[in-house]
Ligand binder design. Structure first.
Ligand code: CP
Ligand code: NVA
Length: 300
């Protein structure tokens, strides 16, 4: 199986992944990976956490990660993703790819004989959404009680994946961003089929009752040319102490990172008592391992 999108996972699959993560955390017996498994990490964009957590994760499971920077691969001279998928899967047991275009990871996966994991594309960041929902579940046991407000760039890859994962698990998600700036309609409509998802431009209404306040950068990778315009467009949606007054008193703050203090979030908030950002980031290693184990079990 591939994990290109949260659409590839049922609610039960997500709960199984969380169960594997719990087993790993508690050092309980857990099915192992095939000996000497190899994970190819093919990346077109930078990464601090996703790359390292998957590389560390496969090592800790007894396998090995091989990082391939797109710029130093033959992709830089035009090799197709179809050929890359065909070749990498003949050397490796899994492929994790971070690509600009979502269509490219589909092409890579269609030509791969081993599972492909989306390590972020322009449309989705499914492994991040799994980390996020797992982290939320450590604080709010019943997913129906999690009321997430995603604030800022509500059309980002992390928002798309999180709205699918949250609604599938039964949590409510409000997307809070500037007037006339809409979420991706395909993801929004899909999330609406699963459950409770709303769009607000009014911060007070959007944050009402939220016990999770989530934000992401205002300028995603690949959008650098529009940086000034985007920072201006989203500036009123910065997660700061004043904005948090509209959320529930016990609200927790999350961010997929990397953070830009003073832009989408203030230092006071991200480094303050409501932030569970560092726990969230730490969980990436646990979930990377759980995802690899889950995918390998499906592939047997
Ligand atoms: N959150 C996340 O995906 O971080 P990296 O870009 O550092 O991998
Ligand atoms: N939306 C961000 C997420 C980074 C992990 C980006 O695509 O740059």
């Amino acid at each position: 199986m591939n994990i290109l999108s949260i659409n590839d996972l049922s609610k039960d699959d997500m709960l199984k992944i969380f169960g594997i993560a719990d087993n790993l955390k508690e050092n309980r017996e857990q099915t192992a990976l095939r000996e000497n498994s190899v994970l190819a990490l093919f990346f077109e964009k930078p990464s601090t956490r996703t790359r390292t957590s998957f590389e560390a994760g496969i090592s800790q499971l007894g396998g090995k990660g091989i990082y391939i920077d797109s710029n130093t691969s033959q992709r830089s001279r035009g090799e197709s993703f179809a050929d890359i998928g065909r070749m990498l899967s003949s050397y490796c047991d899994f492929i994790a790819a971070r690509l600009y275009k979502h269509d490219d990871i589909i092409e890579l996966a269609e030509n791969s004989s081993v599972p492909v994991i989306n390590a972020l594309t322009d449309l989705e960041h499914p492994t991040q959404a799994l980390v996020d929902m797992y982290t939320i579940s450590s604080h709010i046991k019943n997913p129906k009680e999690a009321k997430i407000a995603f604030v800022g760039d509500i059309a980002t890859n992390t928002a798309n994946s999180l709205m699918l994962a949250a609604t599938k698990l039964g949590s409510r998600i409000s997307l809070v961003g500037p007037k006339d700036y809409m979420p991706n309609s395909i993801y929004f409509n899909k999330a609406r089929e699963h459950g409770l998802v709303y769009v607000y431009d009014d911060i007070k209404e959007g944050l009402d009752g939220a016990n999770i306040v989530y934000t992401d950068t205002f300028v995603s990778m690949g959008q650098e040319a529009e940086a000034d315009k985007r920072k201006e467009m989203f500036k009123d949606y910065q997660v700061n102490s004043k904005l948090l007054e509209y959320a529930s008193d016990d609200a927790l703050v999350m961010h997929c990172l990397p953070a830009h203090r003073g832009e989408e979030i203030t230092a006071e908030v991200i480094d303050g008592p409501k932030s569970i950002v560092w726990e969230q980031a730490k969980n990436k290693l646990l979930l990377a391992k759980a995802i690899l184990l889950f995918v390998s079990m499906q592939h047997e």
